[in-house]
Design a protein. Structure first.
Length: 161
């Protein structure tokens, strides 16, 4: 027969073990749902994971959009002005998807070097660009003045001041 002190110890140990299991499950679920962002340059340098979903962002290269006969499959390239990555997507593209405009695609890179996208996001107006894509373009030396990034308010200046 256990003493009162031993019973308390068992209950505390069971409680701590239960909390540890719950925390481990939450962290595992969180880690499996993380989606990292990579630029085309980082992908071409093999910094992106080969077996996990990630996002790639930049500009859709002018003249690169090729629609397949099935009407749903589209091939295009995404560039950060330093490197370009071919992307393949099957589905309906956003209405604002255009060549020369910002895009973020989520998917996996194949062994052939083609990024197979499961989702494609286009910028929502002429002044918005996802912050990760904007930072990648800034690092590449692409002019992006006058753009508004997620979480920022537009800066309005008067001419001559």
């Amino acid at each position: 027969m256990l003493t009162l002190r031993a019973k308390r110890f068992v209950w505390v140990a069971v409680g701590v073990a239960t909390i540890a299991v719950a925390v481990a499950l939450v962290l595992r679920a969180f880690n499996s749902n993380l989606v990292f962002f990579f630029t085309p340059t980082e992908v071409s340098q093999n910094k992106a994971p080969k077996d996990r979903t990630f996002r790639i962002g930049g500009l859709v290269t002018e003249g690169s959009v090729q629609r397949k006969p099935d009407g749903l499959t589209v091939a295009f390239t995404v560039t950060d002005t330093m490197q370009s990555i071919p992307v393949r997507y099957t589905g309906i593209l956003p209405d604002l998807f255009k060549e020369g405009k910002g895009v973020v695609a989520q998917g996996k890179i194949g062994g052939d070097g083609v990024f197979t996208a499961s989702e494609v996001l286009a910028k929502h107006d002429e002044n918005y660009m996802p912050p990760e894509a904007a930072e990648a373009l800034k690092r590449a030396g692409h002019p992006i003045e006058g753009k508004v990034f997620a979480g920022q308010k537009p800066v309005v200046t008067q001419a001559g001041k």
